[in-house]
Design a protein around this ligand. Sequence first.
Ligand code: 6MZ
Length: 347
Amino acid sequence: MEEEVEPFYRELPKVELHAHLTGSVSVATMKQLITGKPHLNIKHSMTTIRKGQQRTLDECFEVFKVLHQLVDTEEDLLMITKAVIREFAEDGVRYLELRSTPRVETKTGLTKRRYVETVIEAIRQCKEEDIDIDVRFLVAVDRRNGPEVALETVKIAEDYMLSSDGIVVGMDLSGDPTIGHGKDLLPALQKARNCGLKLALHMSEVLSQKEESELLLTLPPDRIGHGTFLHPEVGGSMSLVHKVRQQNIPLELCLTSNIMSKTVESYEKHHFLYWYQLGHPCVLCTDDKGVFSTSLSQEYQLAASTFGLDQEAVWMLSQQAINCSFAPEAVKEQLQQRWAEYKSQLN
Ligand code: 6MZ
């Protein structure tokens, strides 16, 4: 799959803003984990959806359960995080925001705080190893776990935002969109916002989330994940579109993920086009590069071939993502410079 990507897309410097850690684990790393835990009896076909295959969103969430069984110690977590970061860097990603849900594994003694510390440690080690990528961490709330766990997660995120030298920058709201309601999570998200954490929220990933999206937009979030059903052509509303546009909230768009999990019918019908034509900030992302067998350079190539974008438009799409990131201003400026240098070599 990787060799199908043209060098231009691989060499293009890229920003990845929507990547779930466990879903980003590659086939190679997964093989290593499966081999190391034969007693779990997990087959590789249970962890990845191959090109051309599709699953329902429900089935995708079953895949995550299998993956969580495979990653249940600090050592596993450190190993997968470093591998994922290395792979993104090899794919030309120069700035990455990884998101992950802190988990407890009683059998191995993994706690939520050790989980967050281990991810931070992996990010630090990659920096020490001079891997050419700036990595930040968004602590994720799984909506399935309800308001109390959400509040607990916000507290954890707040503590590490203050002690991680800028590595923890925000929070994500994710998980099965058909379970729970955003209104119950609003107090926790409000609290996160008030203490300075940035918010990247999954919104309108399925049609039934219309009312919830209205509510979440009152926060407002700093970025929207997917936003598949926001616009009226697919059952959303102009009111939602207006609110998103008025507040200029960037959308994180994951083409392959949406096709493979059957929330979008085809690449041609992806809502990227709707928002892109409005001139609204759209950021191409992978979502779960391991589960959906993709890479960020592949997503750029797919967007270019599907929507007829030339190299200049592709470069602009990737450059625009810098300003949608939660990086400090000084980092954004450095990235802008790097992108400009790359462009001057292109011409
Ligand atoms: C919503 C998703 C997702 O947190 O263990 N996740 N949530 N929609 C999606 N679209 C396909 N893909 C992944 O990574 C896995 C977790 O990320 C969320 C789910 O909560 C999943 O359990 P971590 O690193």
